[in-house]
Design a protein around this ligand. Structure first.
Ligand code: TYM
Length: 372
């Protein structure tokens, strides 16, 4: 079977994602050891997602650090398209954003694109997407962000904060540029063609609210990069800094190939899944194991293609030594897939129970987090 063609856009990720190729194609830079050392100096430790190269690429992160080191406040911006429940893949950049917020004492603007998801999904009403904005905000708050420094924006409710900025952006982007960047076609609705201007606007909102140019960094998976290429082209023209980015890889789904996606609920773990149900999904996961236990004991498994190993790697085994041992035990055949899955399922259950508790408590805090 040949390799499937790689597609990475804000609305579709498929095929075998080659991250080195994406760096080349999108014109970004790999995160270097020097950059890691600089971040570590400020944080006191390296976040697991940096140690393991899950955040692997950036634009102008070094410049953003220069500004911070010169003593000026810096900002953060990230977001969510509320089209359904949140899965573990979405949480990855939010956990990382908390690390950045704590380290750099930065304000975070968090955009809920309830307009985008209404425009893109024929089956969703505005009531649905605005409802998911509130539900998904609980997940964000459960990640432990600072209520004094986090401002959640619902596009539908708070458009007055964004509209002037979005208009300025839109005036400088031609339809032909938008088509080239996002692949729009004649049959797309005109709402979604305007929408990139709305996603660009929060890059500048902190500058407007504070009345000075603020250096903003966007931590997100690399699927969102087209927006930033567009925004960076016009930022200085509008009198703002270009936003900097850090790009993450995708947490895979539990099936064979592809990122975790809500459109494949059997291979995604949602934060609101009953823990037992999530454990069942883990037990059905695609692994790098052999067809029989005998073969596995003799020849060992292949963690490089195993989704179960990927879950330990991304989220569920923070201890580097223990992760290494697990990898060796898999390759040597001393651990078999059933046992490895059971251990992971146990960890997923504990994680979900704790997360769901925090998520429930977040209901009381919701109001505090939304932009006023
Ligand atoms: P959305 O809802 O598709 O994704 C929310 C965030 O999760 C990241 N992500 C993943 N990260 C790791 N593994 C995965 N499998 C995975 N799937 C999604 C996304 O990159 C994103 O960071 N249009 C945006 C909402 C948005 C936004 C932003 C996102 C508005 N402004 C600024 C990031 C930064 C959206 O639909 O995201």
């Amino acid at each position: 079977m040949g390799k499937e063609e790689m597609i990475v856009t804000p609305w579709k990720v498929s095929g075998d994602v080659d991250y080195d190729k994406l760096i080349e194609k999108f014109g970004t830079k790999p995160i270097t050891v020097e950059l890691l050392e600089r971040i570590e100096r400020h944080a006191g430790y390296l976040h697991v997602q940096l140690r393991r190269g899950i955040f692997f690429s950036h634009r102008d992160m070094d410049w953003w650090l220069d500004i911070y080191e010169s003593g000026l406040p810096v900002g953060l911006y990230t977001g969510r398209g509320p089209s359904g429940p949140v899965h573990l893949g979405h949480l990855l950049p939010w956990f990382f954003t908390k690390y950045l917020q704590d380290t750099f004492d930065a304000d975070l603007y968090f955009q809920m694109t309830d307009d985008e998801k209404f425009l893109i999904h024929p089956e969703l009403s505005l009531e649905d997407t605005v409802g998911y904005t509130h539900e998904n905000a609980l997940d964000l708050i459960a990640c432990g962000l600072n209520p004094e420094k986090t401002f959640i924006i619902s596009d539908v409710k708070h458009i007055s904060h964004l509209y002037r900025l979005a208009l300025q952006v839109a005036k400088h982007i031609t339809f032909s540029t938008a088509k080239a960047i996002f692949g729009f076609t004649e049959s797309d609705n005109i709402g979604i063609i305007w929408f990139p201007a709305v996603q660009a606007a929060p890059c500048f909102i902190q500058s407007v609210r504070e009345g000075r140019k603020v250096a903003v960094l966007i931590p997100a998976a690399i699927d969102q990069d087209p927006y930033w290429r567009m925004t960076r082209d016009i930022a200085e023209h509008l009198g703002f800094y270009k936003p900097a980015q850090m790009h993450a890889k995708f947490l895979p789904g539990l099936g064979r190939g592809g990122k975790m996606s809500a459109s494949m609920p059997e291979t995604a773990i949602f934060t609101i899944d009953p823990p037992e149900r999530a454990a069942q999904k883990v037990m059905n996961a695609y692994t790098g194991g052999r067809p029989t236990v005998r073969e596995q004991r003799m020849l060992g498994g292949d963690p490089s293609i195993c989704t179960v190993f990927a879950y330990y790697y991304y989220l569920f085994e923070e201890d580097d030594e223990r992760l290494k041992r697990l990898e060796e035990d898999c390759r040597s055949g001393s651990i078999i897939c059933g046992e490895c899955k059971e251990r992971l399922a146990e960890r997923v259950k504990i994680f979900l129970r704790e997360f769901q508790e925090r998520r429930e408590k977040a209901r009381e805090l919701l109001d505090k987090f939304f932009l006023k």
